[in-house]
Design a protein around this ligand. Structure first.
Ligand SMILES: *Cc1c(COP(=O)(O)O)cnc(C)c1O
Length: 375
């Protein structure tokens, strides 16, 4: 049997809850299932106000609206990330100051952020790559010192944690002022397309709900707080239908089981490949002491682009699909002419050398490990 890169996992109840949503006669957003999901996230992970969105991309766009990006404002983020992280802010007229990754792992190098801050800087957007935390203590301290907003791109980071130096542990997505999650079918918890904005800072809560519902105060109208509802701000249609929320709810009921299975697969990769990796100078994922592992992804760092290409080819010949990941955004056709010319060598190295192995619930991981060891 060929091994795909990803296979969406169903818990079994998805169609049942979708059927229920359909026959309850409430198909638009912000109904029973939306509220069940949102409340679950708020209570289980200690996020602030949660709003389901149709994607993480949407949640990031909401965040850019909320922090009130104006043309010419600057936003600091890693170059090694998905286009949506940057696009959300570009749409509001921001300039992006791309920051290099750490040499040990692909997350933003927080030690390089301060030198990128200028009087125009408005926000820092750490991306928790592979669900592994960025150095949030350092990033939050910089944000406090320079009065900046922090928007966590937590697309891959559900069920992952950061430990502060005083020992307190917080879920990723609960630390920044705002955080965006994805439930795209390639993530740990899925709804096909889907996402969520966690609004942790009190000052954004009322406006977030308005932006979410097309710039109207519809939500407070339905709570009976105002007697008319109308157009009060800018916004868009960011909320998903109840059918999507019903699907997501079925996934959340099995969150712990899904995570246990993924973590076992991740560990089997790690244990199975450790000796081989050392022998061939191939890097395995590194989890910094302040971070946890949510088993979103298992990646290898090859020594060169040539070695990576050969490895992907070898697996493909044996019907196993492994894939590379981002191309540095500062070198993308869209952004290269706008970039300030700084070299970002670690970002480029991950663009050339990182390969992601198949990772999904039910994967026969031994087969992939066996093929890799033959390489
Ligand atoms: C998946 C992902 C996104 C986009 O998520 P969508 O829900 O597909 O919009 C954004 N940022 C990162 C880091 C991602 O991994």
């Amino acid at each position: 049997m060929p091994i795909p890169f990803n296979r969406p996992h169903l818990t079994g109840k998805e169609a049942h809850y979708m059927y229920d949503a359909v026959y309850e006669g409430k198909l638009s957003g912000n109904g029973k299932y939306t509220q069940l999901c949102q409340r679950f996230f708020e209570e289980y992970y200690g996020f602030g106000k949660c709003l389901l969105t149709t994607s993480c991309t949407d949640a990031l766009e909401m965040a850019a609206l909320l922090v009130d990006i104006q043309p010419g404002d600057e936003v600091i983020m890693p170059s090694y990330t998905f286009v949506s992280t940057a696009n959300a802010f570009i749409l509001r007229g921001a300039n992006i100051r791309f920051c290099d990754s750490r040499s040990e792992e692909p997350n933003i190098n927080a030690e390089l952020i301060e030198e990128l801050i200028t009087p125009r800087t408005k926000a820092i957007v750490p991306v928790h790559y592979a669900g592994v935390a960025c150095d949030m203590e350092r990033i939050m301290a910089l944000a406090a010192k320079y009065n900046l907003w922090v928007v966590e791109d937590a697309a891959q980071a559900i069920d992952s944690y950061y430990t502060f130096s005083d020992g307190t542990q917080k879920a990723l997505g609960s630390i920044g002022h705002l955080a965006a999650f994805s439930f795209h079918e390639t993530k740990n918890i899925i709804s096909g397309e889907g996402g969520m904005l966690a609004v942790n800072d009190e000052c954004f809560k009322a406006r977030a709900e308005i932006i979410w519902e097309k710039g109207t105060n519809r939500s407070s109208f339905f709570r009976g707080e105002v007697d008319k509802y109308g157009w009060v701000d800018i916004g868009s249609s960011f909320l998903p239908s109840e059918i999507i929320a019903a699907f997501l709810w079925a996934q959340l009921e099995h969150l712990e089981q899904i995570q246990q299975c993924r973590k076992a697969i991740w560990q089997a990769y790690y244990d199975g490949l450790q000796e081989w990796a050392v022998r061939h100078g191939i890097g395995l994922p590194i989890i910094p002491p302040y971070a946890s592992n949510n088993a979103h992804m298992f990646y290898l760092i090859c020594q060169s682009l040539e070695q990576r290409t050969a490895l992907i080819e070898h697996l493909k010949k044996n019907r196993i699909l492994a894939v590379f990941h981002y191309l540095s955004l500062h070198k993308s056709p869209f952004y290269a002419p706008r970039h300030d010319g700084r070299e970002l060598p670690n970002s480029d190295r991950y663009s050339d050398c990182l390969v992601r192995l198949p990772m999904y619930y039910g994967l026969e991981v031994e087969q992939v490990v066996e093929e890799l060891i033959k390489f």
